[in-house]
Design a protein around this ligand. Structure first.
Ligand code: NAP
Length: 461
């Protein structure tokens, strides 16, 4: 009997679980989408609008009334109205006194106004507890069940209790609140939706520029040169041969560029004898986009793997193989197996496969879902140690493949080196400097500097 009644008690609706009424000012796209989601999650919603006419678009179960009436019904008021219309709120300052007023607005340009919209709202309503939230979620994402966009909602505000109330609503809607501190953070939060892959700009344009350079370089040496001097039309190289030359070269150079700023930073710290002086801005920015550079490098490496796999079915490759077989048959002479070449070819393939495997492993650990599940030491181990192993394997793969070109005069068409040679400059430079840096006589002072030791301390006792 007792057990049954306690079960019934557990299943019965709990009066304290009843959600608080939320008021939304504005029945536009966002106001409606948010109201709809809130009603689904059990919040009674009242709209404050210039027109109390109920349209079909307004979620049913929601009430629409004047701004004054609606504001009196709730402790939380969400302003789903553009900033330029905020002055209509001034006469409502008294009614909104002590209420939690949520600013969800965005701007059309970065830093459009001297102060953030949320700070402006706080100036208009001095007695209100203003919280910034929801501006990073789109009306579309709310309508489509928030499955196709980020679930993170940045929240900031000066009143802890008000912020907590808003974060509870965010959680109840199935979103993830991220406390970004006081209202001072609002400007940054408002700029966030206007940014288009900010960390990707430099890696993207660098990759685009280098790819274009190498494309024209290969076009000149592999297609134009052979046409001019050998009268052969190899223009079809543009489809697979040239991309399959550019992809590994780009992958290796970009991977080298991921580790280059680290060794430059180490040299600067050793030279200065302290870690307490800021790096130049360009180096700071370069370090911040290493993950993006690495991911683009991985994309190039993956393309190289795919291009290589389709090689045997290419008409040019099949023609070259059958030509070699027919010429042996016509001469009635079988070429003996060249074990040195077999060794080189197998080693080059093995190094490539292993390099690609480690490359994928390093790439996977940079994904937030994976990096969140490892501790800092594990993350550094994979990104730094396994990253260097990848760089060594990929450089060795290129050296074994293209090593023979270095001494061959035919590799220097128009006195220009083959792109394999160009691709080795950055990774070899990084590996040589890194090799010097791990010598105990260099590594020891560097470790001390990174632990806070200074050669010429500014504030000596
Ligand atoms: P919207 O569709 O244009 O709706 C704005 C609403 O503001 C109107 O429906 C109107 O509601 C009210 N309004 C317009 N002029 C007014 C005035 N002079 N005085 C008082 N109220 C006025 O815009 P929205 O897309 O919903 O965006 C609303 C806010 O949400 C903006 O600040 C936007 O930056 C932000 N936001 C939007 C999205 C999104 O995906 N749309 C995402 C994040 C943030 P009534 O007719 O009911 O008065």
């Amino acid at each position: 009997m007792n057990t049954n009644s306690s079960n019934i008690m557990a299943l019965a609706p709990n009066a304290s679980n009843k959600r608080e009424t939320v008021c939304i000012f504005g029945t536009g796209d966002f106001g409606r989408a948010l109201g709809h989601k809130m009603i689904q999650c059990g919040y009674p919603v009242v709209y404050g609008s210039r027109s109390t006419h109920i349209s079909n678009l307004i979620p049913k179960d929601a009430e629409v009334m004047s701004h004054t009436e609606a504001a009196q019904k709730a402790a939380i008021i969400i302003i789903a109205i553009q900033r330029q219309h905020y002055n209509f709120l001034t006469p409502l300052a008294e009614i909104l006194h002590g209420k939690v007023v949520v600013d969800i607005s965005n701007n059309l340009k970065l830093n459009q106004y001297p102060e953030s919209n949320a700070e402006y709202l706080a100036q208009l309503l001095p007695g209100a507890r203003v919280v910034k939230a929801f501006n990073t979620v789109s009306a579309w994402a709310l309508q489509s069940g928030t499955l196709d966009a980020s679930r993170q909602v940045f929240v900031c505000g000066d009143d802890m209790e008000a912020k907590q109330m808003v974060m509870n609503i965010v959680r109840a809607l199935g979103l993830t609140p991220l406390d970004r501190g006081s209202l001072l953070a609002a400007q940054e939060i408002e700029n966030y939706p206007l940014q288009l892959f900010p960390m990707w700009k430099f890696p993207f344009f660098l990759s685009l520029g280098l790819t274009a350079f190498f494309f024209f370089y290969c076009l000149a040496l592999d297609v134009i040169y052979t046409y001019v001097y050998e009268n052969k039309n190899f223009s079809f190289f543009i489809a697979i041969t040239i991309p399959n030359r550019i992809c590994p070269v780009m992958a290796l150079i970009l991977l080298g560029l991921v580790y280059l700023p680290g060794v430059l930073a180490a040299i600067i710290q050793l030279y200065r004898g302290t870690k307490y002086r800021r790096f130049p801005d360009w180096l700071d920015k370069w370090m911040l986009c290493r993950k993006q550079l690495g991911l683009i490098a991985l994309a190039f490496a993956s393309l190289h793997a795919v291009f290589t796999l389709v090689s045997p079915i290419r008409s040019f490759v099949r023609w070259r193989t059958s030509k070699a077989i027919i010429s042996q048959a016509l001469n009635n002479k079988t070429e003996p197996l060249d074990t040195t070449n077999a060794w080189l070819s197998d080693s080059y393939l093995a190094l490539g496969i292993l390099g690609f495997f480690f490359f994928v492993l390093v790439g996977i650990t940079s994904l937030p879902s994976v990096s969140n599940s490892v501790n800092w030491r594990e993350f550094r181990f994979v990104q730094s140690k396994l990253g260097y192993v990848t760089l060594i394997l990929c450089t060795a793969h290129t050296l074994v493949y293209g090593g023979k070109w270095f001494l061959s005069p035919s590799a220097y068409r128009w006195y220009l080196p083959n792109i394999y040679m160009l691709s080795l400059i950055v990774p070899c430079a990084v590996l040589v400097v890194k090799f010097v840096l791990i010598f105990p006589c260099v590594d020891k002072p560097l470790t001390q500097i990174r632990q806070g030791w200074e050669r010429n301390p500014k504030y000596s006792e």
